[in-house]
Design a protein around this ligand. Structure first.
Ligand SMILES: Cc1cc2nc3c(=O)[nH]c(=O)nc-3n(C[C@H](O)[C@H](O)[C@H](O)COP(=O)(O)OP(=O)(O)OC[C@H]3O[C@@H](n4cnc5c(N)ncnc54)[C@H](O)[C@@H]3O)c2cc1C
Length: 652
């Protein structure tokens, strides 16, 4: 970014006013895009870290006023700190007085001291960091303020956009208002907290158990001691409703313009899409191949991580809203997709990634007893069957979550010796760190820098796996070091069961005959990333079939976005991007979370971890390993939250 007139972002002062020949190269931690929307150039940014001014045309006082209005609107939603309650309003009044020529120099001094009082008394970031740009404006634009107060220079109105965010909220793919639902837990308003979650996510009990927690990785509390147990708090409010034997009351907005929508797949993407469409008053019919809902969260994720009862209850709630599910119906086999196109106003497809990736090694196609692809293995175990009871020594190949689930399931089906083979090191394993730790505790044997070469069989049965040692080379396209075989290091693993879990792929057979649906070289579907519309305008896709194998919360986020677009499509409204989309893009470069930020003046408090079944007990049972928080623990954990709301205003 080289067109900076002034910046105080992050405390680094860049000043080119009066010397426009200076060529500033960068601002630390900030890469402000040139445009907000296609034709709207970003002229200034005001937010929690200061001010960035790119155009001398921007009236700093009007920009401050706009920013203060946005902060005030959001600070009102809390109402907990006295200074915040009154201070922002009073400061905004000064800005209004400046615009009408009624303000004095004393008012500016008042503003400075009111802002200081907010900072020192506020309990959350709206108060702690919200006034930052005002201090910078009063200091570095003092002349502009004086001229405005004296009437020498009238205030010029500009065009702005403002948005409230928070590091956790921004990192969450479905953008749950995490600080809000945690604040309600602090006040023991558990049902209200769940309502906040359900504004976007209908599957709080599921996601509260197995989410990979991108929010916790961006939690500012983690800069001080440990991040908030956001996932466990979500689970707590969902479980609390069950314990209280309460039923959710979902609001359905009746619409004159409602339509009929077919959904293919009752996985997280399909279910979330159905929920949001039903809430908007549409009639939804789901077609699902299996005889139960949940997709991979039912037949992939094992019961010891996610009990089926939790899943079934959450889906039943959605059926009570009028969503109907036709089980045992495979689109492309029992019914063809074009039939759905004819019978419904729009179709959503959340078919996931149902095929295990081929390893491409000798013996893989030999149909040997004892060789099982990972997804098929988990599907069997999750249905209560051991797919190869004769097998006792298992080798699982892969480093992702599916591989970890396979080894942990093998333990629970009484296998004697369980090994995991991965071609890179532990540091590069894509599986969730917590899951790897759990598997280690359960005494799975890990073999890093090892790759499979050949499946060995006798009389049609697996007897071993030939492997080769690997070394790490230069980074590949994913940025991870490329594993390189070490010549002559081949060795044989004696084993009777081999499970391949190196990845999943989308099965595109349902789309046979629909050549216009665009796909990628990875067999995923090309859609508009925001609207989820494919190039066949009445068909929308999201979830793993769009992103490739990903996570529950990403699939739910995609399903929600698609529902919003389908609603507009049915009402013949254009599927244009809204401001949220542009802010999402902006926050990709203007980072909301700063991993290097030092959190000052906050007492360190230990995180409440959910308790776990002892590792010796859990190896022999599919009982849930992770236990929930008690109400007391949940409230205490919620009290650790710093409520890191931040407001950004841009001038265009
Ligand atoms: C073993 C395993 C463990 C995982 N663990 C986690 C975890 O801990 N945390 C996490 O966040 N994510 C996890 N994931 C990823 C997560 O489960 C997926 O990202 C998510 O389920 C994707 O949702 P989806 O709705 O896109 O697809 P899916 O969940 O795959 O659902 C697709 C549904 O469509 C149905 N379907 C497919 N084709 C047709 C057709 N032609 N006709 C009718 N129905 C059809 C399928 O039967 C299925 O029910 C895991 C995945 C696996 C495999």
């Amino acid at each position: 970014m080289t067109d900076i007139v002034f910046s105080s972002w992050g405390g680094e002062i860049i000043e080119t006013r009066g010397d426009e020949t200076q060529n500033q190269t960068s601002i630390q931690m900030l890469d402000l895009p040139e445009y907000f929307k296609q034709d709207e150039k970003i002229k200034a940014l005001m937010g929690w870290k200061g001010i960035v001014l790119r155009s001398p045309e921007v009236d700093i006082i009007d920009l401050c006023r706009e920013y203060f209005e946005a902060v005030l609107a959001h600070s009102k939603t809390c109402d907990k700190c006295n200074y915040c309650k009154t201070g922002w309003e009073e400061m905004l009044e000064v800005f209004q007085d400046i615009a009408t020529g009624e303000a004095t120099e004393e008012d500016l001094e008042f503003m400075q001291s009111a802002a200081e009082a907010i900072v020192s008394n506020a309990k959350c970031s709206i108060g702690k960091s919200g006034p930052t740009p005002l201090f910078h404006a009063l200091k570095y634009f003092a002349d502009d303020f004086s001229q405005a107060v004296s009437g020498e220079k009238p205030v010029t109105k500009g065009t702005y956009y403002s948005k409230l965010t928070a590091p956790c909220l921004d990192a969450c793919p479905i953008h749950l208002d995490i600080p809000k639902y945690i604040e309600l837990i602090k006040d023991a308003k558990f049902a209200e907290s769940l309502t906040v979650i359900r504004e976007r996510l209908p599957l709080a009990g599921i996601v509260g158990r197995v989410c990979f927690r991108p929010c916790e990785k961006h939690c500012r509390r983690g800069n001080l001691d440990e991040s908030i147990s956001i996932k466990a708090l979500k689970r707590f409010v969902a479980d609390h409703e069950v314990a209280e034997q309460k039923e959710p009351e979902y609001e359905v907005t009746p619409s004159e313009n409602n339509g009929q929508v077919a959904i293919v797949g009752a996985g997280p993407a399909g279910i979330t899409c159905a929920y949001h469409l039903a809430r908007k008053g549409h009639e939804v019919t789901i077609y699902e191949s299996l005889d139960e809902p949940g997709g991979m969260s039912a037949v992939g994720i094992p019961d010891y991580r996610l009990p089926r009862s939790v899943l079934q209850r959450e889906v039943q709630q959605i059926q009570k809203m009028g969503v109907s599910i036709n089980y045992g119906q495979t689109i492309g086999k029992d019914l063809i997709l074009s039939q759905l196109e004819n019978d419904f106003d729009a179709v959503f497809i959340g078919m996931g990634a149902q095929d295990s990736t081929h390893m491409g090694i000798e013996g893989e196609d030999g149909e040997y007893q004892g060789f099982i692809p990972g997804l098929a293995y988990l599907r069997e175990v999750n249905a209560g069957r051991d797919p190869y009871p004769q097998g006792k020594k298992v080798v699982v190949i892969g480093g992702g979550n599916v591989a970890i689930d396979c080894v942990r399931c093998s333990l629970r089906t009484a296998k004697e010796d369980i090994h995991l083979v991965y071609r890179r090191t532990r540091d590069e394993m894509p599986a969730d760190e917590a899951e790897i730790n759990d598997a280690e505790e359960e005494q799975v044997h890990f073999h890093f820098l090892t790759a499979p070469v050949r499946i060995l069989a006798e009389d049609g049965k697996v007897v071993g796996l030939e492997c080769i040692k690997m070394a790490l080379g230069e980074p590949d396209a994913s940025g991870r070091p490329r594993p390189v075989p070490v010549e002559g290091s081949e060795f044989v693993f004696d084993c009777d069961t081999i499970v391949s879990a190196i990845g999943q792929q989308v099965d595109l057979s349902m789309l046979a005959g629909m050549d216009d649906v665009q796909t990628t070289k990875w067999n995923t579907i090309v859609v508009d990333q925001y609207t989820k519309q494919s190039n066949r305008s009445n068909i929308f896709f999201a979830g793993d079939c769009e992103t490739g194998p990903d996570a529950l919360i990403t699939a739910c986020a995609g399903g929600r976005r698609a529902a919003h677009s389908i609603d507009r499509f049915i009402k013949t409204q254009p599927l244009e991007y809204d401001d949220n989309h542009y802010f999402d893009q902006l926050f990709e470069t203007v980072k909301v979370y700063d991993p290097d930020e030092e959190i000052l003046k906050v007492e360190s408090k230990q995180r409440f971890q959910p308790s776990m079944l002892p590792s010796d007990r859990r190896k022999s049972t599919f009982d849930e390993v992770e236990q929930g928080l008690s109400a007391q623990e949940a409230v205490a954990e919620a009290e650790r939250c710093l409520r890191c709301y931040q407001v950004a205003t841009i001038a265009v």
